[in-house]
Design a protein around this ligand. Structure first.
Ligand code: SF4
Ligand code: SF4
Length: 370
């Protein structure tokens, strides 16, 4: 297991970090504490020292379970990260209220890393206007937070803005990066920017929510040049980025944990031919695009509130990875896929001449109605 040291941080976490958004669950949808305990025990014994959680995970119970299990271990033996749920904060006094609640749930006197959770420019400006930096600095001075950062989901321009605007505060930044998302959100350019500013990076979604673990058969077979799992390929691709502090994996089963440990304990050096293999996979996946939507947004707003570009983007991913999860369906519903009344207003505005409402119908038939 690799432990990377960065000048500006006085922590040296394991390169494999344990994400706790996808803990094992029981039939009633609550976290299976027994199985989670076993996973944590094996993880800690195998050298994993980094644990990541957040207020909303598992219906706001992830922090409770993580706190309960980790309280049996010496506090200095692990690095614990949680996040401020910025979308819940309407008044500035709530910042400390949430933080203190989180400390209590996690049964810890301090957090090693505290991130503004899943911000974009809009939510960043909103939380900044509530003096969040004053509170975070105060908590840092009191020893209740060691390092401050943000986790990001937004456009590359939002990313640059947030990074530069709060530059003196950011100790770490958490971004989504994997071999398919090199141009998505902040992409690799955003990673390079962090590298330039000497800010260590935490990676989330290294296997794109599991999509890169279960590739369509004809694509998966390209990855037979090594005896590695599809997930292992995705992690290894990231090892070349030396400014990464830790790579989060939301592990649910012991098999996943063992597979990850094999990957992270292997000293194999990624080479040009591996890079070529991944490029082939990337190109083949990209060819599986169902709607040629560029995401320009000219067709919107729809008078019925249909989020056309979000529907097309979500469905393209589902089609690409042959996936249709309950979360995908939840998203399509949230984008108001059912609201389309076929008024045709959007058709005239689409520069790609996409048959918008018929395609929305097709997507509904293939997903929601099944
Ligand atoms: S056709 Fe449907 S999606 Fe397009 S503008 Fe009308 S209601 Fe909205
Ligand atoms: S105008 Fe066309 S290409 Fe642009 S977002 Fe709408 S559907 Fe996609």
């Amino acid at each position: 297991m690799e432990y990377r040291k960065f000048d500006k941080l006085n922590i040296k976490p394991s390169l494999l970090g344990f994400g706790t958004m996808r803990l094992p669950i029981k039939k009633n949808n609550t976290i299976d504490v027994f199985k989670t305990k076993a996973l944590f025990k094996k993880a800690i014994k195998s050298g994993i020292t980094y644990f990541d959680t957040a207020f909303p995970y598992h219906n706001e119970t992830s922090e409770i379970v993580v706190g309960k299990i980790l309280s049996k271990y010496k506090r200095e033996s692990f690095i614990l990260t949680s996040k401020l749920p910025v979308w819940k904060i309407k008044k500035e006094e709530q910042i400390l209220e949430y933080f203190n609640t989180q400390l209590k749930k996690l049964r810890t006197p301090y957090l090693d890393i505290y991130l503004l959770h899943a911000i974009n420019k809009e939510s960043y400006l909103a939380i900044k206007s509530l003096n969040v930096f004053n509170y975070l600095t105060k908590l840092k001075n009191e020893g209740k937070i060691r390092y401050i950062g943000f986790s990001f989901h937004g456009s590359s321009s939002d990313f640059e803005y947030i990074l530069n605007d709060g530059l003196k505060y950011w100790d770490v930044v958490q971004i989504q990066l994997n071999y398919m998302d090199i141009d998505h959100q902040q992409g690799v350019d955003g990673y390079r920017l962090l590298e330039k500013h000497n800010i260590p990076v935490i990676i989330m979604e290294p296997v794109k929510g599991g999509s890169l673990s279960k590739l369509p058969e004809n694509i998966s077979s390209i990855l037979n040049t090594h005896n590695w799992s599809n997930s292992s390929w995705a992690f290894r691709y990231l090892f070349q980025y030396k400014n990464i502090l830790t790579i989060l994996s939301g592990m649910t089963t012991m098999d996943q944990l063992k597979d990850n440990l094999n990957t992270f304990n292997d000293n194999y050096l990624w080479n040009y031919s591996d890079e070529e293999t991944i490029s082939k996979v990337r190109e083949l996946l990209k060819q599986r695009i169902y709607v040629p939507c560029t995401g320009c947004g000219y067709c919107m707003p729809c008078p019925k509130g249909v989020n056309i570009k979000a529907i097309f983007s979500r469905y393209n991913e589902m089609y690409m990875y042959e996936r249709c999860t309950p979360y995908d369906i939840e998203c399509l519903n949230e984008y108001k896929i059912d609201n389309c009344v076929k008024c045709g207003l959007c058709l005239k505005k689409c520069p790609q001449s996409i048959d918008i409402y018929n395609i929305i119908d097709q997507i509904k038939n293939k997903t929601i109605k099944n």
